[in-house]
Ligand binder design. Structure first.
Ligand code: SF4
Length: 331
């Protein structure tokens, strides 16, 4: 028993820094034994790649969920659905509250504001919010909303948004009522109109097969995501996905590392959610602190629930050797 790792894995990790990796190679890395030397070598390689390409910048992009409603789209992993029955009334956070969260992020070195709405929230209200925030804070705005047309993409830009978060979720069309093709079309809209596309492979659970994960990792690379790490599914109390359980932070770190090698030289950052340290030593450098509504919480304001604030995320950056005070690489 020495320090040697399997030659096949050594070959994949060595070539990953220059030539990237293939789908078959990504699949092999996902299937590695979690406690093996090969998995630690994988995480070290991804960490080294990120520190070389991101210049030690630790990113904090504040998620602000601006509204809650019993969402009729009923994505099975989401706590904001009508079927979950947790939220029975429509709630929209006051502009003054949203502005206070935005200013708090700005004064704590936040690098972006991700403005999230539920699936049927008014697009015009989102545009109005963008226009107001754009005038009030200097932090770049990223929209996280429903599928959009080219005209709506142009409107987001005019309102002051510079990017948009949009994921083809795991189980899209099976655990959601939405079509994968429509989600991909919206990603193409972002590219066409000049909005930066932000992504995550999500929401990962133990039941997802390596092929499903690899497909979404490569979609992010092919469409040039500004970042595309990994978020695990968080099972809210009573979730229909509870029967599958949840992956651990350490399992998430292994996937973060694989997705980092898949992304190669394409991304400007690499994310993980929810914030934790393991993935920060496996290729991730981007956290999402959170305020307002969250599809993972049973509290209306996740800032008073399970979310971490920006101060906690900054501490984790320092603990893992990332500097949140450097300028963002994403914008
Ligand atoms: S994920 Fe979005 S669209 Fe799906 S149920 Fe939740 S709020 Fe609605």
């Amino acid at each position: 028993m020495g320090w040697r790792i399997q030659p096949k894995i050594e070959y994949i990790l060595d070539k990953s820094l220059d030539d990237g990796i293939s789908r078959e190679e990504a699949d092999a890395l996902i299937r590695l034994d979690l406690r093996s030397k090969e998995t630690y070598a994988l995480m070290e390689t991804a960490d080294r790649l990120s520190r070389q390409t991101f210049g030690l910048k630790g990113e904090n992009h504040l998620h602000i969920g601006v509204n809650l409603e019993p969402c009729p789209l009923n994505c099975r992993f989401c706590s904001l659905t009508k079927e979950a029955g947790i939220f029975t009334e429509k709630i929209e956070f006051e502009y003054e509250q949203i502005l206070a969260w935005a200013r708090e992020a700005e004064s704590n070195g936040g690098d972006a504001l991700n403005i999230m709405t539920t699936g049927t929230y008014s697009f015009n209200r989102l545009l109005e919010l963008g226009e107001r925030l754009k005038k009030a804070v200097a932090v770049p705005l990223v929209a996280n909303t429903r599928d959009i047309s080219h005209a709506e993409g142009e409107q987001l830009l005019e309102a002051g948004f510079v990017g948009a978060y949009h994921a083809v979720r795991l189980g899209e069309g099976r655990d959601t009522p939405l079509k994968k093709e429509k989600r991909i079309h919206t990603i193409q809209v972002f590219r066409d109109v000049g909005l930066k596309w932000m992504n995550c492979v999500e929401p990962v659970g133990p039941e997802h097969r390596p092929e499903e994960l690899v497909e979404l990792m490569f979609l992010a690379r092919e469409y040039g995501a500004a970042y595309s790490g990994v978020m695990r599914r968080v099972n809210f109390p009573g979730s229909p996905m509870e029967k599958y359980g949840m992956i651990t932070e350490f399992e998430m770190a292994r996937l973060v590392a694989v997705s980092r090698l898949v992304m190669g030289r394409v991304p400007r950052a690499h994310c993980t959610h929810e914030p934790h340290t393991a993935s920060m030593t496996a290729g991730a450098n981007l956290f999402f602190p959170e305020k307002g509504s969250s599809p993972r919480d049973d509290q209306a304001d996740t800032g008073k629930g399970r979310a971490m604030d920006i101060a906690a995320c900054r501490r984790m950056h320092w603990e893992t050797g990332w500097n949140p005070d450097l300028p963002s690489n994403c914008f």
